[in-house]
Design a protein around this ligand. Sequence first.
Ligand code: HAM
Length: 411
Amino acid sequence: MRDLLPPESARHRRLVDVFADVVEGAGFELLVPPLLEDVGVFRRLGEATEVVSKEMYQFTDLGGRDVALRPEMTAGVCRAFVEHRPPTPWKTWCSGPNFRYEKPQRGRFRQFEQVDLEVLGVVDPYLDVEVIAVGWRFFEALGLRQVELRLNSLGDPADRARYVEALRTHFEANLDSLSTDSRDTLKRNPLRVLDSKRATDQDVIAGSPLGTDFLSAEATAHFATVRAGLDALGIPYTLDPRLVRGLDYYLRTTFEYAGGTLTSAQNALGGGGRYDGLVEALGGPPTPGIGFAIGVDRTLLACDDEGVFPAPASAVDVFVVDTTGGAEALAITEQLRRSGRSADRAFDGRSMKAQMKAADRSKATLAVIIGDDERAGGTAVVRPLRDGGEQRVVDRAELVTHVLAELGEPT
Ligand code: HAM
């Protein structure tokens, strides 16, 4: 697990702010579910899901309860829905860390952050369009231009079951050509074999049946409306009939946002789909759901690769240098901060040279300097640090007014 240090940490926060702006502009409200849930909540995601069966951080707490750190957010959102029974549609978003015991590598960490969006209680295919479009607009807001939307439908439970059986038959007929790992996966979940990136499996996968051939009339119509809606919004997508994704709860519309620049194993920036059975599995009334999660870390890697969404500048407006003991700096930083401008200072009674160095490092716009002469004369020096400009000596009583005028309107 990593520490997130400045300036990358500020970039994470700003990304979440951008997400909040986009989704709150579409009527989604913030939900803050706990990081830790009863392990049963996640078990409902399906034992065949590796995230649940192999990658969960689970333990027994001091009260003897079996709990787990969340490996994803959808199960917790559904648990919260069952517990609080809010009116539907329930349009929520959340953000924060998730935990999976995976092999860490570029774009894959054991603690990683997601922004997540879920809607419970609506079957309308136009909602699928809205959800997918909100994610798309978020990537646009970051400035990313190479994201690819991949789209599929896994049909209704009966369609999916028939499809899974057809896949099982196909893979069993070609067992000799499958890798040992995929043979193992086949026993647990034939759908997941489609996700194999191993070269040996690719021929058998290429010849496997397509999910879209197993869709009921209703699921076909639903999917057609979703595609038409995306077309109407001008959102480009690629139909990917072998897109199954890692979690097992998906039905009907399933999608992924893939980055244009990351290597294939880690190029999914985010993804989601419908999961009409999850609320019921958690003890609630039958309630349709749809949502997605986007990985913050991977999205920022994609931003690096495309040269967009840089770390925000962390400079303060003013750095106060006070070599007379520090009480002047205390008063001036307080006055400036109360006036709505940012200010920093040095401590420990350091020398003029050391404090000026700190002022430079702070990238502040202005330095306010008070030495013994200034204190004796009731003045202060105001020195522009960045864009040239004249240094001035001003009356101590006028200092804050002068500094505020010099800084102009906050940007
Ligand atoms: P997921 O595909 O497991 O879906 O994760 C979504 C995104 O989280 C991935 O595309 C990736 O960017 C990021 N992610 C996943 N694992 C890691 C990791 N180990 N390190 C870094 N980033 C990672 C879900 O979590 C579903 N809950 C999405 C959803 C919401 N479906 C419906 N509603």
